[in-house]
Design a binder for this molecule. Structure first.
Ligand code: PMP
Length: 400
């Protein structure tokens, strides 16, 4: 029956991991994967998560199904973290929200909802973005449009081009916006730019669809990273929001996330909630319970929350220190041709190095260093033992 099924291309990021695993060199480094590592290069289970695990084990929960939209004490705490306790729509009980299978699942629910109910059947994505965005948009039956975001000259944001594209789009268009720690570029808008963007959105009556997969990872402070979301909401926008707890709680494989929509009033929220249930029920019926309980335990316990906040700051700070060290090595110690200050300026888990595909290939062949061919590296994979080796070899690859 499947004789005509064509062989599909390999996933770019998973392909990097496969090549890394096959390499037997003790020097090898995998910079492809977007998962935090500690300074010894090991996966990190947050101490707050370990404590929450112990507390849950003592409480002895059963394994019954959750409701279709998930664990209420998790969902409520998740949206409070994103929108802020003082958020008007939160206080007025007009945010429709559901638990999701991490950030990917939130995008899937949100974009499927857009395909059913948003007046336009297309959504604008940044011209460089997480590869799965376009795949999900298409699988939901929407058309992918692009807006300018990447400036190859500065390896930063093409702000003028971005604004021009937002202005040129038909009124009432939907835009997917990375709330913080833009993947892959590691370059966000400044607060002033977000405020300006919001004003253009008002003039154009555009719709903001936020993907916030890294709250806390950019600045180390939840409130600061949520600024764009909170600002648009304060300005009266009915935004959509995808949240993930993969990175900021290190709950990657537990698949903990949330999707929410700000509604005009409670009556609208009730209608939207009913449609979210209709959408989710035939997709996966109801979400997994364990990870949501862990996240709820942390978010709702003042003590664990305090610990978690410090742990997130610790992860963000370690990444920032790696950025500074890498810049210093590339620019000053190894005199690598070009300006490497973007490495220091960028934020979040990734750095978009600007390395060319041939240079990436040379790193794999000559130095056992693996990254995606677009030159993106996970800063979290660098540590005090491998950063010097990495910088030396990047320098060699650039010098050719
Ligand atoms: N959005 C962006 C921009 C991401 O980088 C990621 C993770 N790589 C996600 C969403 C979703 O990740 P997850 O499904 O693991 O939460």
């Amino acid at each position: 029956v499947w004789a005509k099924v064509p062989l599909g291309p390999r996933d770019a990021i998973l392909g990097v991991t496969e090549a890394f695993k096959a390499d037997k060199s003790p020097k090898k480094i995998n910079l492809g994967v977007g998962a935090y590592r500690d300074d010894k290069g090991k996966p990190y289970v947050l101490p707050s998560v370990k404590k929450a695990e112990e507390q849950l084990a003592k409480a002895g929960h059963d394994k019954e199904y959750l409701p279709i939209t998930g664990l209420p004490e998790f969902v409520n705490a998740a949206i409070k973290l994103a929108y802020g306790e003082d958020s008007k729509p939160l206080k007025e009980g007009r945010i429709a929200a559901t638990q999701s299978i991490s950030g990917t699942g939130a995008l899937r629910i949100g974009l499927a909802f857009m395909a059913r109910f948003f007046p336009q059947k297309e959504i604008y994505l940044p011209d460089k973005t997480w590869a799965n965005h376009a795949a999900i948009v298409k699988d939901c039956g929407l058309e992918v449009k692009h807006y300018k975001y990447y400036d190859p000259e500065t390896v930063g944001v093409a702000w003028e081009g971005f604004k021009a594209d937002v202005k040129a789009a038909p009124n009432g268009s939907a835009f997917l916006l990375h709330a913080a720690a833009f993947n892959p570029l590691g370059t966000d808008l400044t607060k002033e730019q977000w405020v300006e963007l919001c004003e253009i959105f008002k003039e154009k009556n555009h719709f903001a669809f936020f993907d916030m997969a890294y709250q806390g990872f950019a600045s180390g402070v939840f409130e600061d990273d949520a600024f764009p979301v909170r600002h648009f909401v304060e300005q009266g926008f009915p935004i959509a929001l995808c949240q993930s707890f993969a990175k900021n709680m290190g709950l990657y494989g537990e698949r903990v996330g949330a999707f929410s929509l700000v509604c005009a009033d409670k009556e609208e929220k009730a209608r939207v909630d009913s449609q979210l249930k209709i959408l989710i029920r035939p997709m996966y019926s109801n979400p997994p319970v364990h990870g949501a309980r862990l996240a709820a335990q942390i978010l709702n316990s003042p003590e664990l929350y305090k610990d978690w906040k410090l742990e997130v700051k610790g992860m963000a700070d370690r990444i920032i220190s790696m950025r500074e060290a890498l810049y210093d090595l590339l620019q000053n110690k190894y005199n690598t041709p070009g300006d490497w200050s973007h490495v220091k300026r960028q934020i979040g888990m990734f750095s978009y190095t600007g390395l060319k595909p041939e240079q990436v290939d040379a790193l794999a062949t000559h130095a056992h260093i693996y990254l995606t061919r677009d030159g993106r590296i996970s800063m979290a994979a660098l540590n005090s033992s491998n950063i010097e080796y990495f910088a030396e070899n990047v320098s060699k690859a650039v010098k050719g």
